[in-house]
Design a protein around this ligand. Sequence first.
Ligand code: BDR
Ligand code: CA
Length: 304
Amino acid sequence: MAKLRFLYDCDPGADDALAMLLALGRPDALEMIGVTCVAGNVGLEPVLNNARRILELAERQDIPVYSGAARPIMASQGRVSIMHGSDGLAGSPLPAPKMPLASGHAAVEISRIARAEGQLHICATGPLTNLAVALLLDPELPDHVSAVTLMGGAAFCPGNTTPLAEFNFAVDPHAAAILFDSGIPVTMLGLDVTRQAVITKDMIHQAEAIGTPVAREASRLLINYGAKDPCLHDPAAIAWMLSPDMFETVTGHVSICTDSSPAAGQVVAAVSERHLAGRTPNCTIVTGVDAAAFQRLFLEALGA
Ligand code: BDR
Ligand code: CA
């Protein structure tokens, strides 16, 4: 089977880090061709450090890391998440990174890489600011992006940051709206599915037993992050790219509330004919997962 080449846009973030380790553990199926970083769980500087700390842990310093948006489009400052600790990696013992950043702003690089690839698959697990800025800078970008697979949103369930919005969409609702309105096919792994992708004690024990440096850091992240938010949110987006058969989906039209109101960042998902009202679906909304199969996939990628 041909490998899926993809660009990873993220805000590590403990679960973004776990997603990176899952993807890097499956070089037979996935090729991460670059990492673009955005402020989210923590500020841009620790995010940039964390992406490189994880790549160095996995001995993949060959993957370029690009710096991106330090704030959402319409807010002068993002909101950070308390779930990931002050360093963003739950107090990780990993050393400061040695690898340099690649030159170029993430939003510009997304366009360049998409054209170089012809058709680019993007996986995004942070606020969508980099992608939105890329779309604003380059109106023809949708012609060069085959798909965006993202973790974000809550289509049919409550939010985790506000009653109505999930963190990534709550941080930058305008960016999410720009992406969903772009015409690029999106697969959305929101809280509907990621709340089912639970971290269990048994999973942690199995990860600990593997004993490699990567698995040791992964189990430390699973323990510390999992104690606050026991869900494999961002790894779910990678798992979808590896094994879509383990998930359940519906197709629909997604729009994002950008009002400056308590509904900011809310997903409005139309799936019935009546609610679609003639609009073409723009999203595969992932609604379910075989949690045990997902845990197995994750542990095997770590070397179990
Ligand atoms: C999402 O928010 C962040 O805190 C996580 O990294 C994940 O991307 C879950 O709502
Ligand atoms: Ca994230």
